[in-house]
Design a binder for this molecule. Structure first.
Ligand code: Z5A
Ligand code: MG
Length: 234
């Protein structure tokens, strides 16, 4: 009836270590949820934002592979083509989320489920892993406060040995062993304190990992109060 509450979308974040299979699993999850009848969008941080950003910038569907101006700065930093102060690049990563925060909220409210590939948790962990004395986890979290809070965060954990089997380090700035060791420890630190996180053993086969993710997401959706509004990070 017209009185029945509209079903809001679900905000699902996929986080984890390098080469844990986040992007691959986002794609599988997107297929699964679509088959279940959900309207689903995929977005990733940093960089290429599909649809939501494209419409904000009045891009046609043909040009959705463009990045935002901030996305481009981040991309050039990660590839090593430009230098940024640690704090400055941190704030740009955060700004990259803020520039789509509103459209995420609108999509969720109007019934679209969004799968997000990396989010604020990568944001604070990679910055704090630089061991810059004036860039603590606490400092790094501040600009994230007020962003849409995920209904569930899937954390894909993988051992260094399993990750190595999936190819060596790439050429990007953070793809080195010292950085990855600190990233691993810091993810552990923040997830121990966090609510609504499902820790997934991503060292298993694609099929096994997808199955665990489906279980966690299905559980989250069944518990979700569909008349509620999206919460905010605090
Ligand atoms: N960063 C930051 O500093 N601050 C921020 O706020 C944010 C990010 C948001 C770029 O991220 C960098 O940005 C990242 C953090 C920093 N730095 N690092 N390092 P990105 O998300 O663009 O990174 P990526 O290029 O997507 O790599 P990735 O995330 O590490 O990969 P993945 O998405 O987890 O994995 P995948 O691409 O799905 O799979 C990797 C390979 O493994 C591929 O060949 C798959 O076929 C294979 N694979 C996947 N799953 C399996 C299983 N189960 N078995 C066997 N093989 C598998
Ligand atoms: Mg990825």
């Amino acid at each position: 009836t017209g009185l029945s509450a509209m079903r809001r979308g679900v905000l699902i974040v996929v986080e984890g270590l390098d080469r844990a299979g986040k992007s691959s699993q986002c794609e599988v999850l997107r297929g699964f949820l679509s088959e279940q009848g959900h309207t689903v969008k995929y977005i990733r941080f940093p960089g290429i934002q599909l649809n939501c950003i494209a419409s904000m910038y009045h891009w046609s569907n043909a040009s959705i592979d463009r990045t935002t101006p901030i996305g481009k700065l981040i991309d050039s930093y990660l590839r090593g083509s430009s230098h940024q102060d640690d704090h400055s690049i941190h704030l740009l990563f955060s700004a990259n989320r803020w520039e789509v925060a509103k459209s995420i909220e609108e999509d969720i409210a109007s019934g679209t489920t969004i799968i997000v590939d990396r989010y604020s948790y990568s944001g604070v962990v990679y910055s704090a892993a630089k061991a810059n004395p004036t860039l603590s986890l606490d400092w790094a979290w501040q600009p994230e406060i007020g962003l849409p809070r995920p209904d569930i965060c899937l954390f894909l954990g993988i051992s260094p040995e399993e990750a190595a089997k999936r190819g060596g380090f790439g050429a990007e700035r953070y793809e080195n062993e010292a950085m990855q060791i600190r990233v691993r420890e810091l993810f552990q630190t923040i997830f121990e304190k966090m609510q609504d996180v499902a820790v997934i053993d991503a060292g298993k086969s694609m099929g096994e990992v997808s199955k665990e993710i489906r279980g966690a997401v299905t559980g989250c959706i069944s518990r979700l109060d569909i008349t509620s509004t999206l919460r905010k990070l605090e």
